[in-house]
Structure formats: C-alpha cells, structure tokens
Design a protein around this ligand. Structure first.
Ligand code: GLN
Length: 493
C-alpha cells in the first residue's frame, strides 16, 4: 500500500541516519559511478510494479485487505507475478484495496481507507483497486496490477486520474488471484499512459494451463489477427482507420443520475472522435437497467461460495476466543475475521442460492447476463468469437454465418460512455450512504464485466476551468478486440 511504501522509504532513510551512514559517507569520497555498460541488468527498462493484495506473491504477504487473511503468506506466486518478474520488473509492494475486492471506494479495508494526498484527500479514490490507482497516480510506480470483477480497475482509474484497463475475460491468467466471483474476475492494468498499459498487456496475455478459463493459444492467434504486437505499427494502422470507425452511444446510459459535468465530458469526447473522422451512432442496449442488480446477485452468490473455505480451520485466522469445535469455532472466526460488507454479501449471496430463492434470483440473474451479452453482440460489427469458436477467423467467415452469429445487422465497432455517473465523490458523503448507493456507482462498468468484454477508462484532458475532481471516459469493445480498445483510447490522452 501507499502507506507501506511510504513507511518503507521513511524507514530506510531513518535507518541510514541512525546507523550514522550519512555521517560516514560525508567523510569518505563518493565511489566512482560504474560505467553504464557494467551495471547489472536489468537497469533499463526498470519498471517498478505494485500488485493488488489479492494476487499471490511468495515474498510479500497476501491479505486481500481482510482480517481473516491478515497473517497470510502465500507459498506460491500468481502467474501474472511470475510473468512480470520475468520481464525484469521489480515488484515493490502490495496495494491496499476493498476487502476481497468488494467495494467501489477502497473504504472497506482492514487496513483503513485508501486516500490521495491533499488537496484530494477527502475524495474517493475509487475501488476496489484503489491502492494500485493511487500508487500509479502518485508515481510510486509506473504500472500497477489490479483486479476488475465489476469495475474495480476502471473506477479507481477514473477517480484517481490514471488509465485503467480490463481485458477480455480469459486473456490474462487468474491463477494465484484470490477469487471473488470467478465467472467475472479479470486481472487489469493501471498506468499513466495507454502505451504502458499496452506493453504490460502484451507481456501478460498468454495461455496459462494452470487457469482452466484461460483462452487457448490457438484461439488467441485467431483473435489477434493483426499479426503484430508493436505499439508503433498498430497505432499508426489504427490512426489510418479512424475514418472508418463507428462509435456507439447507448441511449440507456444517458440516465437521470448522470452528473452534468460528466455528461459534458461525454459530449466533448464524442465531438473529439467526430473530428477524428469517426461516425457516432446512437445504439440501444435494452437490458442495461437489469445488468446492475443481476451483477450483484451473481457476484454475491459466487463470493458466498468462494469465501466458505475461510473458517479458521482450513483457511483464515482462527478465533482465539473459543476452544469450541465445529460451528462455534467457524462462526467466531468468520465473525471476527470478515468486515461488514463481506458479511453482508455472504448473507445475501447465500440467500440467492438457497432453495427458496434460487429460481427467482440466481437463475434469473444468469438469464439477464445472457441478455446483456446478446445486447452487445447485436450492436458490435465484429462477431463474438466465443459464440462460434470454429469460425473465429473473420477472413474465412461467410456472410450468412456472420449474420447468424451476430444476432442482427452490425452497427458499431466500439462503445464510448462515462466510467461512472459522477466524478469522484466526497468520502464524507459516502460514509452517509446506504450500501446500495455504492453499488449504483458501478452501473456503467458492470455490463462489460457481465459480457466479459475489454474496456478501458482514460482520464480526460483537463481544462483550467474544470472542477478539481477526476473523471474518466470508458471505451468498450467486442470480445478479443482488446488492442483496438487501447489504441482508440490513446487518442483521448
Ligand atoms: N464495486 C463492485 C463490487 O463491489 C466491483 C468490485 C470489483 O470489480 N472487484 O462488486
């Protein structure tokens, strides 16, 4: 976390001073700096990375910001951590977050609320990957890794003024990532530029046999038909194609609760794309309104199931207050270890899965999820490769298959909308909110999660007259159109 990093920095300075090293140094002449070529690799490019604390690291604790895992040290490393290390990136810290990823403001942490330094310290940094967003915003690191189940990379990116990218589901390995809601969980990237996001994404998007939902190498080759992983080539190509690009504006996202400033930023962004030669197309995603309640039912149900293993016996800190066995030990360990929001979700999730409620809640929510996916598949001109994996190669696809697969005539290539309905809210206002008010914040990020689509949040260029609150604009693409999402977002930087 930022606090830990700060402590570490302060600590090392203090250590040096107390050991008299600084005094000693003053007496001895400075050693000659080594010539650059003699320095040990990898001096360049060194990209210090911070990792969200629900991603397993063997050298640092992995707590998920929960009391129940406060002493947890993973014996192994997540695949993404291994991938990052193999590029030479030092992992310099774990970042604070909402407990188990449950929250939108990074206020639900065992270690306390994540905040930005003044003058933004009373504003939400967004959640649940708030620590990662702040570490990037404050330049403690160039890149931070987060997880996005329903918006947890995009929302903190928007509220902290950085870029946050959630890839298509299954492109980055989830092995070693503590699950919140497996069918929605993705690993995402936070950075200060789209180029840094792209480079990190390229180094991490590969098949991982340890993750059963990881997209196979064959499907990846078909998906990324561009044939290049080079920023320069792809971004030039993309720029040339701008005049062909059709940008969708979903009418259902123009909600009553949309903040005036956010609506204005949205209009400004669309005008910018129009100036670049894109066509702006109004579209309808009729099941948007149901997406949010359905998301919360599914996420809570999966969470209740995932968290059942933390009972003080199999996993998790055991309560000291009881030497009783069975139910008492379980309930005391869980009662002490979990925070309020996690308990609320376990209760609601268990209810949604109970025999009385499963048909009306869980099964209905699954159906809504299908409809949300179909909404997207209908409007995107690119077919969803997951609908018909054999026909993944678009160049070989004939028109009739394309239309069958597509559920309707193609309308747009990408969707542009705000990341959240308002700029970063005030922490004092959040403290007085009901839990569902925090859930409403996710209304624009959840649909892409339900459909497993790539989406990015980019901070808007600020003008001197703008309010000092951060706000982000979101670009959503069809499944596996991740590169284009990043390149088009780059034009907004
Ligand atoms: N705010 C959402 C939730 O609490 C999203 C969290 C996430 O993406 N991890 O479920």
């Amino acid at each position: 976390s930022r606090a830990e990093l700060k402590q570490e920095q302060d600590g090392s300075v203090a250590d040096r001073q107390s050991s008299g090293e600084a005094v000693g140094k003053a007496k001895e002449p400075e050693p000659e700096p080594e010539p650059y070529s003699a320095q040990k690799p990898p001096w360049f490019p060194v990209r210090p990375v911070a990792v969200k604390d629900n991603i397993a690291t063997a050298d640092l604790p992995t707590t998920c910001a929960s009391g129940i895992l406060k002493n947890h040290q993973s014996p192994f490393e997540a695949s993404v951590v291994e991938q990052l290390r193999s590029t030479g990136a030092p992992i310099i810290g774990k970042t604070n977050m909402d407990e188990f990823g449950m929250g939108s403001h990074s206020t639900n942490s065992f270690f306390g609320t994540v905040t930005n330094p003044p003058p933004f310290d009373r504003l939400s940094v967004g959640g649940s990957s708030g620590g990662s967003a702040v570490a990037v915003a404050q330049k403690l690191v160039d890149i931070a890794i987060g997880t996005d189940t329903g918006g947890s990379v995009r929302l903190p990116a928007a509220y902290s003024g950085v870029v946050g990218f959630k890839p298509s589901y299954g492109l980055i390995s989830r092995w070693g990532v503590v699950p919140y809601a497996n069918s929605l969980d993705t690993v995402g990237i936070l950075a200060r530029s789209c180029k840094q996001v792209f480079k990190t994404f390229v180094s991490m998007q590969e098949h991982d046999p340890k993750d059963p939902t990881s997209l196979s190498e064959k499907s990846r080759m078909r998906a990324f038909t561009s044939g290049s992983n080079r920023w320069r080539e792809l971004s030039d190509q993309n720029f040339k194609d701008f005049h062909k690009l059709r940008i969708g504006v979903p009418e259902q996202y123009n909600i009553f609760e949309l903040d005036g400033r956010t609506r204005q930023s949205w209009q400004r962004t669309l005008m910018l794309f129009q100036d670049l030669g894109c066509t702006i197309v109004p579209i309808s995603l009729p099941n948007t309104q149901q997406a949010l309640p359905a998301y919360y039912i599914l996420a809570m149900a999966e969470a209740a199931s995932n968290l059942s293993k933390y009972d003080g016996v199999r996993y998790g800190t055991r309560s000291q207050s009881s030497d009783g066995a069975g139910d008492v030990l379980y309930s005391e360990s869980r009662g002490e270890g979990f925070g309020d929001e996690v308990k609320r979700r376990i209760l609601l999730g268990s209810y949604a899965l109970s025999s009385d409620a499963i048909d009306n809640y869980f099964i209905k929510a699954q159906k809504v999820r299908r409809l949300v996916q179909q909404d997207f598949d209908r409007v995107f001109s690119m077919p969803n490769p997951l609908r018909d994996p054999e026909q993944f190669d678009l160049s070989e696809m004939d028109e009739s298959i394309l239309l069958n697969n597509k559920l309707g005539p193609s309308q747009v290539d990408l969707i542009v909308c705000p990341t959240s309905p308002t700029p970063a809210p005030n922490l004092d206002d959040i403290a007085n909110q009901r839990p569902v008010d925090a859930y409403i914040n996710d209304v624009f990020t959840v649909p892409a999660s339900m459909a497993g689509l790539p989406a990015i949040s980019v901070p808007l260029k600020r003008r001197p007259t703008d309010s000092p609150r951060f706000d982000g604009m979101q670009i959503i693409g069809q499944y596996s159109d991740d590169y284009r999402v990043i390149f088009v977002a780059h034009e907004l930087e």
